[in-house]
Design a binder for this molecule. Structure first.
Ligand SMILES: [Zn+2]
Length: 258
């Protein structure tokens, strides 16, 4: 089984923010333990108090107003975010990332969270399909997928949405490989949800502020195959000629089809 841990970055309601981002970390069941261990060891090395009390929540680390980040110089705090993303960059080959960047105004009146959620579920489902195809449709290549999300953020709306998806299928077909409705967990207790938060934040820095420092760290780990980037999707304004990795990959693929 593969699990995709999903978390969001950006405010849906704040008109000063253009983007809403959902980030995801897809992990094969046997790698979950190792990834958590690496992150736990990293948090312990920060020496900021009991590791179980230290949550890696990117926006909280960046603004430094709350414990245990209060008093840590900004430069150090941002380096901590970058170092945490380095763990992702160096993680096992079966770990892969997803992110959906939705320009809110462009997709209105669609809800950007629902829009991004539907897209990320589809991308994850397609990843499982590709893994199965790569294994030449043998039983050992057949994996179900489970979506894991942060309890506090989207529980009720997305849970019912996911249920509807499974009954009616989505715009791209049915999510046959997904095992269940999303599993909701407490982000404070889940290190991999925290990693998904860091990924979403890094992607938002890229699209909202053109700050590529964190994004560049992880861009090589988005789900991809044969040079085609499947894991990163940018729904930007239609009038924008975008050269981000997601749009470039799509343009190259479309040119190859024609
Ligand atoms: Zn783009």
């Amino acid at each position: 089984m593969y699990l995709v841990y999903i978390d969001g970055s950006g405010s849906v309601k704040n008109p000063n923010e253009k983007y809403f981002i959902l980030g995801g970390v897809s992990v094969f069941e046997r790698q979950i333990f190792h990834l958590i261990k690496h992150v736990d060891e990293f948090v312990e090395s920060l020496d900021l108090g009991p590791p179980e009390d230290v949550e890696l929540h990117a926006s909280v680390i960046a603004n430094g107003r709350e414990k245990p980040w209060k008093g840590v110089p900004r430069k150090e705090r941002l380096q901590i975010v970058e170092n945490a993303l380095e763990i992702v960059r160096q993680s096992h080959g079966s770990v892969s990332l997803f992110a959906i960047a939705v320009h809110k105004a462009q997709r209105a009146p669609n809800d950007p969270v629902e829009y991004a959620f539907e897209e990320i579920c589809n991308r994850f489902n397609l990843q499982l399909k590709r893994i199965y195809n790569r294994a030449e449709k043998k039983e050992e290549g057949k994996h179900r997928g489970l979506v894991v999300m942060d309890k506090s953020n989207y529980e009720s709306a997305l849970q019912s949405l996911a249920r509807t998806f499974r009954v009616q299928g989505t715009r791209w077909g049915e999510l046959r490989n997904l095992a269940e409705v999303p599993l909701f967990v407490d982000s404070q207790a889940s290190r991999i949800i925290q990693i998904a938060d860091l990924v979403a934040w890094a992607v938002r820095r890229r699209y909202e502020y053109q700050d590529t420092r964190y994004f560049d760290k992880i861009v090589s780990r988005f789900d991809s195959e044969g040079g085609v980037l499947h894991g990163l999707v940018h729904f930007g304004p239609n009038d924008e000629n975008c050269h981000c990795p997601a749009c470039l990959s799509r343009a190259i693929r479309d040119a190859a089809i024609q």
